[in-house]
Each structure stands twice: as C-alpha cells, then as structure tokens.
Design a protein around this ligand. Structure first.
Ligand code: ADP
Ligand code: MG
Length: 238
C-alpha cells in the first residue's frame, strides 16, 4: 500500500512560514502532479514527505501511520531530483545498488534487484560506466533506476525532466508513465510543464504561496479552473 496523507502541514524557515497548512490525500497507486510557481513550496513539501526536512506542525502519514519522526532511510519512499545526485566515483551498477547496500541487503539480492531495474530502463550496456561517461538523459535514467531498485511504496519526482532537451523529455516522460503502470506505485511528481501534468496525472494539485489552491482530475481542472491563477497553469485559454 502507499496511501499518503498530509494533515495541516506547515513549514517555517526561521520566522518565515513557507507551507501554510496543507491538507492532501494521495491514494495508493495514484499519479499525483504538483504544479505552481517557483517558490510556492513544491520542493519543500516533497522534502518533508521524504524526511529530508522536518515538519514544523501537522502530520505526514503513510497508510494511516504518522511518519513525521521516521528517519528517511526507514521510509519506503524514493526521491528523484532534477540534478540526478549520482555519486561520481561509483559505477552505474554501484550507484543503483547503494541504497540496498546501506540497508544491509545481501549481495545476491542487490544484484538481482539492480539487474531487474537495469532491464526495465534499458541500462544494461551502461552498468560499468561512471556518471561522467553518461549523457544527461542516461544519468536521469540511472537516477530513476536507483529509485526503483528499492521497490518503494511512494516515488517523489522533483522536476526530473527539466535538465533534458525536448525530445528526451518526451521519451523519459513516456518511460515514467510506463513504470507507473508496471510498478503500480504511488507517485508524486513536480513539474512546470502543463503537457507533463495533463498526460501523467490522475490528480493535479495546484499550489500557490504555500497553500493548495485547487485539486482535481486533469480534465476537470482544465475545463473548470477555480480562478485565473489556476487557469494560468492548467487551463484552456479563457
Ligand atoms: P518550489 O520548489 O515550489 O520552487 P521551494 O519549496 O524550493 O519552492 O521553496 C519554497 C520557499 O521556501 C521559497 O520561498 C524558498 O526561498 C524557501 N526555502 C526553501 N528552502 C529553504 C531553506 N533551506 N531555508 C530558507 N528558506 C527556504
Ligand atoms: Mg523546487
């Protein structure tokens, strides 16, 4: 299972409140897309869900269990960043297996999981290379591969395609949609791109200055945005 609930979640950095009481339910297996202007709090929300940032108040729950105080490594959550964050000194194979190694999994299990992920993402021929020997698109596929080896309940993607050129963006987007179908995992995906949001999402969450402005199915928001702000992100020309 991978139900995620945010209940009255806030986040302050010093005296500045940047997340101002977010309530949200993402159902098991759902593909949920966050959109909103730069600085509205998308990355901060993902980082709190992943445990990389403390929650100031409110609850983060997975399958009903409060996980606010659970260490990131104990959460069955994988995060894919726009900057790949691969280890330069490790091969693709070792980058992909690292989280399992750190979790103390046996070598054979790490090898099997890594091979399976490599096959799903067509990374086989690249396994012995280091990140400096890969293109941007290949690095991003490795970063996604590293996330799927852990078979998490929940995937978090923070603008994963924004460093790729247009053709690779489309190809990688199709790949992510396929992975979602095959893995059946819950995914939360941040993007600036309306086409990505419309094609990937079961549910779109429009954020504005630390609050949820509107939540709905893509076509419902597209056809019936609550206001011009929402229409600016997801909407037919008014
Ligand atoms: P987005 O991902 O939507 O562009 P962020 O979540 O990165 O937005 O940032 C939300 C707000 O929080 C911004 O005003 C940003 O400057 C602020 N912020 C993010 N991280 C920190 C931090 N570590 N310290 C102080 N302010 C931060
Ligand atoms: Mg961000």
């Amino acid at each position: 299972m991978g139900d995620l609930t945010l209940a009255n979640v806030t986040k302050s950095f010093g005296a500045t409140q940047v997340i101002k009481g977010v309530n949200l339910a993402v159902n098991d297996g759902e593909f949920c897309v966050f959109v909103g202007p730069s600085g509205c709090g998308k990355s901060t929300l993902l980082r709190m869900i992943a445990g990389l940032e403390d929650v100031t108040s409110g609850d983060v729950r997975i399958d009903g269990e409060r996980i606010n105080d659970l260490a990131p490594a104990k959460r069955e959550i994988a995060m894919v960043f726009q900057s790949y964050a691969l280890y330069p000194h490790l091969t693709v194979r070792d980058n992909m297996g690292l989280a399992l190694k750190q979790a103390g999994k046996p070598r054979a299990e790490i090898a099997a999981a890594t091979e399976k992920a490599a096959e799903m993402l067509d990374l086989g021929p690249l396994m012995a290379r280091r990140p400096s020997e890969l293109s941007g698109g290949q690095r991003q596929r490795v970063a996604i591969g590293r996330a799927i080896v852990r078979t998490p309940k929940l995937f978090l993607f923070d603008e994963p395609l924004s460093n790729l050129d247009a053709a690779l963006r489309v190809a990688t987007r199709i790949e992510i949609a396929r992975l979602h179908r095959e893995l059946g995992a819950t995914m939360i995906y941040v993007t600036h791109d309306q086409v990505e949001a419309m094609t990937l999402a079961d549910k779109i969450v429009v954020l504005r200055a630390g609050r949820v402005e509107q939540v709905g199915r893509p076509m419902d928001i597209y056809n019936d945005p609550d206001n011009t702000f929402v229409a600016g992100f997801i909407g037919s020309p008014q």
